[in-house]
Design a protein around this ligand. Sequence first.
Ligand SMILES: [Zn+2]
Length: 456
Amino acid sequence: MGRMSSNYKRLTAVLMSAILMIFAAIPAFGQSLIRDTEIEETLRAYTDPILRAANLQSSSVDLFLVNDPSLNAFVTRGQNIFVHTGLILEAETPNQLKGVLAHEAAHIASGHLARRDQSNRSAYGSMLIAAGLGLAAILAGEGQAGAAILAGSTQFGTLDVLAHSRINEASADQAAANYLEITGQSGLGLVQFFEKFRYQEVLSNARRYPYFRGHPLSSDRIDKLREVTSESQFANVEDTDEEAFALIMAKAKLIGFIDAPQTVFSKYPETDSSKPGRYARAVAYYRAADLKNAVKTIDSLIEEEPENPYFHELKGQILYESGKGADAIEPMTEAVRLKPEAALLEIALAQALIEGGTSPQIDQSIDLLKSALRKENTNGFAWYLLSQSYDRKGEPALARYAIAEQSFAMGNYQRARSFAQRAQEGLREHKAQSRRASDIIVISGAQLASNKNRRR
Ligand SMILES: [Zn+2]
């Protein structure tokens, strides 16, 4: 198991108390949202063309990855698509995954989830922020480290089911087929996917995968979908090699992080020298506290693909989580150089630099975190790290301001207001932050008042 730094443990405690406050009233199912640039990018590459075909603005549709082995994908109000890791692992081809994503996009585009609930949006926004870096801290058996307890997609799934109807399902299938047609892709993946899980129909509802509770599969439904998709001129279009390989690598990474190391070693034995085999094993070695083999294995991948940012990222993560923060700086720097647009990579490098702790390193961490926050301005973890950097720099007011932002992003208005108030006095020379602190005080106060009224 990777060891967490004490900073991380402290952070976890901070996050968890905040998260538990947010969701105190909602039963938790032990699920967590996970963040991973590589997997997010893979999913986005599959999803964005479909969203455009659905006349949705891809930038306003958020994708969330839920660490849950059950097969599920669902949408919630506010244009959010949730994908379970179980769905990714069960999808045999990108085309199958795209089919499911297209179907979910159709529910959004058709307004099948018409009941808007603003609070949902902010709640999920908070979880995204609260989720930690990469997969390791979250999945490496460190309890709920870095992860937010998701308020149970099961519960939200149930809400979705209420909105689902056979008519909506049929129309979402047809729309999905249409989007895939517009993008020049085959719709047969969705048919294959449904065929594969047709056996689920004979199970009682409770024993079905959550996905098929909301999406009952009738022969009629599958037949209709097959009819329309097989007539398409793109029926036989296959995924590109890159797309197929990206899915294989995403699966290997997920398996490496999710399965017990022994299971990983039997799924990807030493004799398997393929890239996905080594990728999964590198993660499993590190989780089995075999740092030497973990580094050796990831180094072999870096040697073959020195331009792959995720190999450098994983190496940095392995080193950082194994208590070698200073050694993590070099690979993390390389990952950022290769993918400067990825906020999570900048945050990971900043984290390692903070552990380094020299004055130039702290300055660099501040620059990186500011850059990351320009891309993800409600990333609570980045705000938290920024507060640490300011603390080290002897800037207590800016540190408190950053904690106010972190708390605000996570919906902890009490704490946000209190830290913003405490920050304000020292922010006279920091006009922008001072204005923002005032806003946080006002908005948090209004939120707290309206929460009070709602409870009454
Ligand atoms: Zn559906």
